[in-house]
Design a binder for this molecule. Structure first.
Ligand SMILES: Cc1cc2nc3c(=O)[nH]c(=O)nc-3n(C[C@H](O)[C@H](O)[C@H](O)COP(=O)(O)OP(=O)(O)OC[C@H]3O[C@@H](n4cnc5c(N)ncnc54)[C@H](O)[C@@H]3O)c2cc1C
Length: 427
């Protein structure tokens, strides 16, 4: 597949109507130029448009083409590492603020869905499923931890209660986050783009940025156009490539794969996940799944380090699905696809600025639906001169990958092997 080519997926096939947008073919001026129309870029742009800023988004492909339009749709709270890890990495004040913001992303999404009437099949409820006693203990710890930050929506589930949520023998228990939920991810992105445009924002598609010249104004170039802007927001995440080498050296694109079954019919679908929550297990290399609005099972899992596209995704994911739901043995798979998220060494996100007026956020390490919306808020506030949130995120360490790009894949795969083994042994 060529870079930025269309990605056939269940989401693309069930996307709400959206206009095709022009590519940039002239020289323009704006206050803010956002690079990338995933959730990070769209969320930032929408916050800024709401605050009255003139904003242009440059997108290399189409709105939601990246991870934002292909993900599992699990709208879960907190970060890829939990708040106790965050607290060990920064000051007490920053940790407190990051603790509050860990539960903000879902609120932002819900507010937007309601305010702009975004049709994205939003459903309440997310289950974390434990496969062994160590994971159950971690969920008990998580409940106390989140409560210490004022969040009281977690409910622990024993095996029987868990089976009322997920009809499988695999888990020993789990927890239900009543404040989380799931969405049709591409339709959320398309809805946010439409909301942004309704406020006068402009999106150019098929307009990959090839160069950023820092300065006041910054000069952002595509193959056929130029944007001069007071501020630039870099939101290309795992698809940014080497546009900014200082961001590439401290992160690694990784692929994760998803399948969508044929429609199962309401009865069979509800027999699998009776209350329509989304589910993720507690393994390091986790399985994540949920039902679509038309009663398909959407099942994702696994990680390909270095983001090479696997040849046969169904062969990779179907056995995982059948391990959870053996009753789906004869069910057909209608769609498979892969997408890239951006891993950091700490698995914590990286946000900050380059010079005085180029801001970035990247690397939520696979846990980004809610975080990217928080990031949008933090970046938009920073551009308005309120840097408290951005500074708290920027205080988290941004480690380079050991060995640079050449060795980061084997190092990370080795780390994942170790954590995967621990999960398999339940230690
Ligand atoms: C298969 C999959 C499943 C996932 N499941 C979940 C889940 O269930 N829950 C969860 O919380 N997270 C999940 N994630 C992670 C989550 O989707 C991402 O963290 C999040 O969408 C990242 O959003 P983003 O806007 O930062 O990046 P993206 O959505 O990847 O957007 C970046 C955009 O920037 C554009 N771009 C890149 N370079 C340039 C350039 N030079 N010029 C112009 N545009 C450029 C790209 O074309 C792309 O559209 C999943 C990720 C994947 C891949």
């Amino acid at each position: 597949m060529t870079a930025f080519a269309p990605v056939p997926s269940y989401y693309a096939a069930s996307a709400n109507p959206t206009p095709s947008r022009p590519h940039l073919s002239e020289s323009i001026e704006t206050q803010v130029c956002v690079i990338g129309a995933g959730y990070t870029g769209l969320s930032t742009a929408l916050f800024l448009a709401e605050a009255g800023f003139k904003v242009v988004i440059l997108e290399a492909a189409t709105v939601g083409w990246g991870a934002s339009g292909r993900n599992g749709g699990q709208m879960v709270n907190s970060y890829s590492r939990d708040l106790d890890v965050v607290a060990r990495q920064t000051s007490a004040d920053a940790a407190r603020l990051l603790g509050q913001m860990a539960f903000e992303g879902g609120r932002i999404i819900r507010q937007r869905v309601k305010h702009y009437g975004i049709q994205c099949d939003l459903q309440d409820g997310a289950v974390f499923a434990a496969l062994n006693p160590r994971q159950m203990k971690e969920l008990e710890h998580q409940k106390k931890l989140w409560e210490s930050h004022g969040y009281d929506q977690l409910e622990l589930l024993d095996k029987q209660a868990l089976q009322q949520q997920v009809n499988t023998e695999r888990y020993i228990g789990g927890s239900m986050d009543h404040g989380s939920g799931h969405i049709h991810p591409l339709n959320l992105a398309l809805g946010e783009a439409a909301a942004f445009e309704s406020l006068g924002g402009v999106i150019y598609e098929h307009s990959a940025v090839v160069d950023i010249q820092q300065g006041q104004p910054a000069v952002v170039k595509t193959a056929q156009g130029v944007v001069k802007a007071e501020w630039v927001v870099v939101a290309g995440n795992a698809y940014l490539g080497k546009l900014l080498p200082q961001l590439a050296s401290k992160s690694m694109p990784c692929g994760t794969q998803v399948l969508a079954t044929e429609p199962l019919g309401e009865e069979l679908a509800r027999s699998l996940i009776p209350r329509n929550a989304c589910i993720e297990d507690c393994n390091y290399l986790l399985d994540y799944y949920r039902l679509s609005a038309d009663h398909r099972l959407i099942y994702g899992g696994g990680v390909v380090y270095g983001a090479r596209d696997p040849v046969d995704i169904e062969r990779l994911i179907r056995p995982k699905m059948l391990k959870t739901f053996p009753q789906l043995q004869n069910v057909k798979v209608d769609y498979t696809w892969t997408g890239n998220f951006l891993l950091t060494l700490s698995r914590l996100p990286q946000m900050g600025r380059i010079g005085s007026n180029v801001f970035y956020s990247q690397g939520c390490s696979g846990h980004g639906v809610t975080f990217t919306h928080v990031a949008g808020q933090s970046l938009a506030l920073a551009i308005q001169g309120q840097t408290q949130q951005l500074d708290a995120f920027a205080s988290l360490p941004h480690y380079p990958f050991p060995g640079g790009r050449l060795f980061q894949v084997p190092f990370s795969a080795l780390g994942a092997w170790y954590y995967d083994l621990r999960d398999k042994l339940g230690i």
